[in-house]
Design a protein around this ligand. Structure first.
Ligand code: COA
Length: 211
C-alpha cells in the first residue's frame, strides 16, 4: 500500500490504516477466517470473503462470465477454475487480516447462492450483482450497508470509485448513493481488453470524527 493510500485510510494524523485498528479490536470467530464482521441489510447478508466461499464464488463467476466481461479486466485463461478462485480467496483473507483490504460476498437473506460481490481496497468501492438479480435494488442496498460500515464504524473519511461512461446502471447506483462526479479520466482502467475511460466519483463522510 502506498503512502497516499495510507493517508486516505489513516485516522487524522496517524499513518496507520484504519483497518488495522479495526482488525486488532475484533474477534477471529465472527466470520470463519476473516475478522471483519458479517453485515446485514434489509434483504442481504454481506460476508467477508473466506475459504468457505470457493464453490459459491466459482459458481457466481461462471454464471456471470458474459455479464461481467465488459466491466472487468480480461480474465487469465485459468481464471474460472477452483484453484484460481481458491488462490484469490487466500490472497483476500491475507489482505484482510493485515488490514489492507476487505472483500464482501453478498447473499440473499439466509440463502447460500452468491448474489453479488464487493471489493473495497484503500477506500475504493467496487461491486457486481448476479445477472438475473439486477434491477431489484441489491447493488444500492449492499453498497449502502458497506458505506455505513466504512463511515460509521471505521470512521473512514472518503470513498471513491469510477464507472465507465457506458455503464449507465452503475452511474445510477452511485448517484443514488450520493457519490458526486469529480472528473473524467481518459484511458483510466484496462478492462475487457482495452483502456477504458472512467468517470471518477467520490463520497465523503459527513460524520467523520477527528479522534
Ligand atoms: C451495475 C450493477 C451492480 C447494478 O446492480 P443492480 O442491483 O441492478 O442495481 P440497483 O437495482 O441497485 O440500481 C440500478 C439502477 O439503474 C437503473 N437502470 C437499470 N438499467 C439502466 C440503464 N440501462 N440505464 C440507466 N439506468 C438503468 C435502475 O432503474 C436502477 O435505478 P432506480 O432505482 O432509480 O430505478 C449490475 O448491473 C452489475 O453487476 N453490472 C456489471 C458489473 C458492474 O458494472 N459493476 C460496477 C462497475 S463500476
Amino acid at each position: 500500500m502506498g503512502a497516499h493510500a495510507r493517508r486516505t485510510l489513516g485516522r487524522g494524523r496517524s499513518e496507520t490504516p484504519q483497518w488495522t485498528w479495526y482488525v486488532s479490536r475484533t474477534t477471529r470467530d465472527v466470520s470463519n477466517d476473516v475478522r471483519a464482521p458479517i453485515l446485514r441489510s434489509a434483504r442481504l447478508r454481506l460476508e467477508p470473503m473466506n475459504r468457505a466461499h470457493v464453490a459459491p464464488l466459482l459458481a457466481y463467476r461462471l454464471g456471470n462470465r458474459t455479464h461481467l466481461a465488459p466491466w472487468k479486466p480480461t480474465p487469465r485463461p485459468d481464471a474460472f477454475s477452483e484453484t484460481a478462485v481458491a488462490t484469490e480467496i487466500e490472497r483476500s483473507v491475507a489482505a484482510a487480516s493485515n488490514g489492507q483490504n476487505v472483500r464482501f460476498v453478498v447473499f440473499e437473506d439466509e440463502g447460500e447462492e452468491i448474489v453479488g460481490e464487493g471489493v473495497w481496497q484503500s477506500a475504493i468501492l467496487g461491486y457486481s450483482i448476479d445477472v438475473v438479480r439486477q434491477g431489484r435494488g441489491y447493488a444500492t442496498e449492499g453498497a449502502a450497508r458497506v458505506i455505513a460500515y466504512a463511515f460509521d464504524e471505521l470512521n473512514l473519511h472518503r470513498l471513491q470509485t469510477s464507472y465507465q461512461p457506458t455503464n449507465e446502471r452503475s452511474g445510477r447506483v452511485l448517484r443514488k448513493l450520493g457519490f458526486v462526479v469529480e472528473g473524467y479520466a481518459r484511458d483510466y482502467l484496462f478492462l475487457n481488453d482495452a483502456w477504458r475511460d472512467g468517470i471518477l466519483v467520490s463520497l465523503t463522510n459527513p460524520h467523520w470524527r477527528p479522534d
